[in-house]
Design a binder for this molecule. Structure first.
Ligand code: GDP
Ligand code: ZN
Length: 309
């Protein structure tokens, strides 16, 4: 029978079968692991085929469907190995806050870049509207929303503490599998609790979860929001950074740069100080936001320092 992996703890997998039954499964020993060098052959979000062992009666995952996409990070256990955090995502949602705490635009841009590299659509959820009392903070938020909506990333304004404000977000999550992320303190757990029907269990699980979030040993888990709607709680957002992106590849993941790159005079232009650079021209004319360009520069710096050893 087909199913979706909700949770994995080492060698055990919790699978939601297509008849809605929740089954604890193990992996068949000789299952093909594919080419991916990862520590976990089966990840949260994977679509799998489950059989029941004739003798032991145990549920066994015998096949993993090809993934539409997946997010990897460095394995918590093995330095050079990769760990698949989650698979088959329809979108990634980032909870941001302009104040208490401030989510830096650079953080938003890094999140977007990772998602773009994984081909996962992004939505931004601006939380804590109730504490946004100062006009200058409201202006800051509006300019962020204008920027990101202009780039094609839908933005929502909510106060996770007030469930009456989350209807639009709820709608954006319908019939989708969404990875929920956010800076610690942004209100990710509060929102998850407001979204999840089984509040009691969810509160406990998720608050526990976000505490673990700072450690590399935690794993993602998928929660059912409603029919065909799933929320994946992702620990260690800072680890979500894409792996092995060449500095020269970065600009391809900035939507406003992507289609203009051909117009640079040099094909290997890094868009820093080269003559005839279309990107710098767009920056100067205001077609590219300064914060976005600064994020780009800082990512190039990081990528170069990672590549150099
Ligand atoms: P997480 O670390 O992202 O999971 O954040 P939490 O959900 O634990 O929230 C961090 C703090 O912000 C908690 O004290 C929440 O009660 C508070 N908080 C969350 N959402 C809101 C909101 O909409 N308004 C206000 N004022 N506080 C909020
Ligand atoms: Zn250029």
């Amino acid at each position: 029978m087909k199913g979706t992996v909700l949770k994995s703890t080492g060698s055990n997998y919790t699978v939601r079968l297509e008849n809605a039954e929740i089954a604890e499964c193990v992996l068949r020993g000789k299952m093909r692991l594919g080419d991916l060098k990862v520590t976990n052959p089966v990840a949260v979000g994977d679509f799998v085929e489950v059989e029941t062992d004739d003798v032991s009666g145990q549920r066994v995952i015998c096949k993993v469907e090809e993934r539409n996409n997946y997010i990897i990070r460095k394995s918590p256990k093995h330095r050079n190995a990769r760990h698949v955090l989650a698979a088959n995502l329809d979108q990634a949602a980032l909870v941001c806050t302009v104040v208490k705490p401030r989510t830096a635009p650079g953080f938003i841009d890094r999140f977007i870049l990772s998602a773009e590299a994984y081909h996962i659509p992004v939505i931004l959820i601006f939380n804590k509207q109730d504490v946004l009392t100062k006009e200058k903070d409201q202006i800051k938020q509006e300019s962020l929303i204008e920027l990101y909506e202009g780039l094609g990333y839908p933005c929502y304004k909510i106060s996770a503490k007030d469930p009456a404000t989350i209807a639009e977000v709820q709608k954006a999550l319908e019939n989708k599998t969404t990875l929920l992320s956010g800076h610690s303190g942004s209100g990710k757990s509060t929102l998850a609790n407001a979204l999840l029907p089984e509040l009691g269990i969810a509160t406990r699980e998720i608050s526990n979860f976000s505490q673990k979030g700072t450690h590399t040993t935690s794993f993602a888990e998928m929660h059912e929001l409603g029919k065909d709607s799933w929320l994946i709680d992702s620990p260690g957002i800072k680890e979500l950074g894409i792996l092995n992106v060449e500095p020269s590849e970065l600009s391809h993941y900035f939507v406003e740069m992507r289609d203009e790159l051909e117009a640079c005079k040099f094909h290997n232009c890094k868009h820093i100080s080269e003559p005839g650079c279309r990107i710098i021209e767009m920056l100067e004319s205001g077609e590219i936001a300064e914060t976005r360009y600064l994020s780009y520069l800082s990512m190039v710096d990081d990528a170069e320092s990672t590549m150099s050893y």
